[in-house]
Unconditional design. Structure first.
Length: 254
């Protein structure tokens, strides 16, 4: 398609189509299905997303996914393409007032030809997250208290306070809140564990939570998270939740 920038080399990329209104996803995709998804995003005032299972190597970096649709607080449709650059920095190029027909054409071009439009006139580059080499320190939240200078013994002490009912939650999170979090809350005689992380393949924020009855797993998980920035392994006991919806709902309650 003339006017679209091609990837450096021919790539056999697979894709996943995601509906923003309910999180449904499918890997069985056709141009007709993309057109239906765009129309659905328009009618529901949400978005449709096309994820690249194999990131496309482009001048701007590795393209992870493309979105078209609406921000919850705007009536103007937008298109956005999300990248991981060579130094690990996460960025996106966003174009506001992008029409339904233009959005559909861009998604189909990505799906059928592994191409994106030239990111020049009308596109704004935004930086989403620091390069992985820049390790941002954690902040420890123990109940209503915040600690910027602490070690792992302090984390374990906070967990013990949680167990004794002295506080209701313990959380590790970076100051920018751009690298996820790990939180444990007391729920009667059980514990709710919740964490949010960025998907390594797509860069999309994903949230998971589960209920556990004892502290053994919690202590191991929080040790891995503190020492290695490693999230727990996903198993059927974990329930995934929509991170953006979760925080939008919290904001609306304030």
């Amino acid at each position: 398609m003339k006017g679209f920038s091609k990837s450096f080399e021919k790539q056999s990329a697979n894709f996943v189509l995601i509906y923003g209104d309910n999180g449904d996803r499918t890997s069985i995709i056709t141009p007709e299905l993309i057109a239906e998804a765009v129309a659905r995003a328009q009618s529901s005032h949400t978005y449709v997303e096309l994820q690249c299972c194999i990131p496309l190597k482009l001048h701007e970096g590795s393209a992870k996914y493309m979105r078209w649709g609406y921000d919850p607080n705007s009536d103007m449709p937008f298109a956005a393409i999300y990248f991981t650059e060579n130094d690990g920095t996460h960025t996106r190029y966003i174009k506001t007032n992008c029409t339904k027909s233009r959005g559909e054409a861009m998604l189909c071009s990505l799906f059928e030809h592994s191409q994106i439009p030239p990111l020049v006139i009308g596109w704004e580059k935004q930086w989403l997250r620091r390069a992985k080499e820049e390790i941002e320190p954690y902040i420890l939240y123990a109940g209503n208290d915040e600690f910027k200078h602490f070690d792992f013994d302090d984390v374990l002490a906070a967990i013990e306070q949680l167990c004794d009912g002295e506080i209701d939650s313990v959380m590790l999170q970076t100051e920018s809140a751009q690298n996820g979090y790990f939180e444990v809350c007391k729920k009667d005689d059980k514990y709710q564990v919740e964490y949010q992380t960025d998907d390594e393949e797509t860069g999309i924020r994903r949230g998971f939570r589960r209920i556990v009855c004892d502290l053994d797993n919690i202590q191991q998980w929080i040790a891995d998270y503190y020492n290695e920035r490693k999230a727990p392994d996903i198993s059927p006991e974990w329930d995934e939740f929509d991170v953006e919806d979760f925080f939008n709902n919290l904001a609306n309650k304030l």
